[in-house]
Design a protein around this ligand. Sequence first.
Ligand code: NAD
Length: 251
Amino acid sequence: MFNLSGRVAVVTGGGRGLGKAFGLALARAGADVVIADMLAKEAANTAQEIQKEARSSLAIQVDVTREDDVQKMAHQVKDRFGKIDILVNNAGINVISPAEDFPEDQWNRVVDVNLTGVFLCAKAVGRIMIGQKRGKIINISSIHGFVGSLHNAIAYNSTKAGVINLTRSLAAEWGKHGITVNAIAPGIILTELTRPRLENKDYHDLWVTRTPLGRIGQPEDLLGGMIYLASDASNWVTGHTIVIDGGYTAL
Ligand code: NAD
């Protein structure tokens, strides 16, 4: 039920961090995995690691905010593998600034990557999935799509809420095409994105104190949810966001 042999997956932002962990987990479950990232070297390194798992992989340099780039990526995958079964919309950025001073260009950049990027990739790959009459799209949101934060991330939090309803909206439109669209909303996970702030002891301890399971998450904590949503185990689940946060939002 959780076996992904014969499936083709695309992971955006798969060069490092959570995207890399998702790519490797999908490969270990049997899928061939395309790593699409703005960082060409990181994407190539992850693709090489996937090949060591005896799966096919391809690294594609793409900026998810550019529709021409994204369309090219989707066609390249289709040409090489003949289909796309799974899309993981994982690429994302954060900019920290108090809301009252948040620069408009930085707001636009965060919206472009975290929300428009998800839409553009879903649109390009969705067309291919509609033709196939099947597909699984998994968007990476955040607990900050549900709750605010004390950490000056107004644009990030707003886009992650947008991703949750984009997920429901696409699920509603594309159910008739056999496509499921779901999301994962992680709590804080140690990656290159969060490491600089987590190195601050007060910040680190605040998260640990506020998390019922009493620790910061690791990328591995998200992989069960990812494989569930990518596999046949979730075939009648769509429009849903799985929160994986050590209980942070239960308080
Ligand atoms: P990261 O910064 O380590 O990795 C993000 C990846 O996205 C990088 O490889 C980067 O090159 C790529 N990327 C950024 N902009 C891009 C663009 N325009 N086009 C293509 N690729 C682009 O971050 P991460 O912690 O691994 O986060 C991955 C996702 O998980 C993000 O969407 C993030 O918001 C989300 N998330 C992370 C956490 C956490 O605590 N780490 C929590 C909740 C949600």
